[in-house]
Design a protein around this ligand. Structure first.
Ligand code: SF4
Length: 328
């Protein structure tokens, strides 16, 4: 039976928010105990849209990896590294580019959509069109057979499977066809009720201080129909309640639901309770963060070791690829 290898990556966007923590990161922390995992900071991917703004990239990588480790990724259990430190990705990307028909990339649903969405960014480039090939490279180079994705990235995994099939058909069967690993990601709303996102400026950073957490919780939208403290509330439409379901104990969530519906608890008290819970939950994460910020060598070592281990696996795959393609 194939060894189960998981590969997943994030663009270096800097400090992550609590929505990232409760969604993808919590999932990664679970996966590291079940699979052989490669978690990569995909800095070359960032260049496909942000090639003009590279001034913060190093610091963004560092801050993001500090968040990864602080919330529980363990370098003893998984490989953590930066894509550009494993140059084998560039060689395999080039080789796979040779066999990938242009039409496969042009029909990629996210391609045209993003071209429209980001039309001010001049991303009509060779690199941007080819980024699904780079993504396929990141997966295939570790012979990953499981890729944790949301439904919106399904097309990329399918394209990766097609590229693997085409390579295996043209030369020799080198690559397993990866499968999407769908997980129920928790989608935490932002403080305004929309999806938590940096682009909406409605987020709470993992590294936010207790004061900032309390301030942001105060700003959260509650049930708009509730004017007075003893009006019956509708927790299902309340943003604060959504956070309680994540940060509070299930029995307490049920109690709160009933108290809100009966108008027995006010929103100010409810928000204060939530802020207390969040501050307490984030405390050990902040401690770890602080320690990592004070000892920058720890992150350097994690990334160096991760890249060293990744290079060994990547080079082994490339040797098979070069052999299959009859290259020198
Ligand atoms: Fe929301 Fe809590 Fe107010 Fe009910 S009491 S509406 S759950 S903030």
């Amino acid at each position: 039976m194939d060894k189960n290898v998981v590969m997943s990556g994030m663009r270096p966007t800097g400090r992550l928010h609590i929505g990232n923590m409760m969604g993808a990161l919590t999932n990664w922390v679970k996966l590291q105990n079940e699979y052989d995992c490669f978690f990569v900071v995909v800095d070359w991917h960032a260049l496909t849209t942000e090639y003009k703004n590279t001034q913060d990239i190093k610091e963004n990588i560092r801050q993001m990896v500090i968040d990864w480790i602080s919330v529980g990724l363990d370098p003893e259990k998984c490989n953590i590294f930066v894509q550009s430190q494993v140059k084998q990705h560039a060689e395999l990307h080039l080789l796979l580019s040779m066999i990938t028909p242009l039409s496969w990339l042009e029909r990629c649903p996210t391609y045209k959509e993003q071209l429209k969405q980001l039309e001010t960014r001049e991303i009509n480039t060779y690199g941007f069109l080819g980024y699904p090939v780079l993504m396929a490279t990141d997966i295939l180079i570790y012979k990953a057979n499981k890729v944790p994705v949301g439904k919106d990235q399904e097309a990329h995994v399918e394209l990766c499977r097609e590229i693997a099939r085409r390579f295996n058909y043209l030369y020799e069967p080198v690559f397993p066809e990866p499968e999407a690993l769908y997980t129920e990601f928790m989608v935490l709303p932002g403080i305004d009720g929309r999806k938590m996102s940096k682009s909406y400026d409605n987020y709470i950073e993992i590294s936010a201080s207790p004061d900032v957490i309390r301030e942001k919780v105060k700003m959260m939208i509650t049930d708009p129909a509730r004017i007075r403290k003893n009006d019956p509330g509708h927790p299902d439409v309340c943003n604060v309640f959504a956070f309680h379901t994540v940060f509070n104990e299930p029995a307490k969530v049920q109690e709160l639901k009933e108290a809100c519906q009966k108008g027995q608890i006010g929103c100010v008290e409810c928000k204060k309770n939530l802020a207390d819970l969040m501050v307490a939950r984030m405390e050990p994460i902040h401690q770890k963060r602080k320690m990592l910020e004070q000892n920058p060598k720890i992150i350097d070592e994690i990334l160096n070791t991760g890249a060293k281990n990744a290079r060994v696996v990547a080079e082994k795959t490339l040797e098979e690829v070069r052999d299959a393609m009859k290259m020198l």
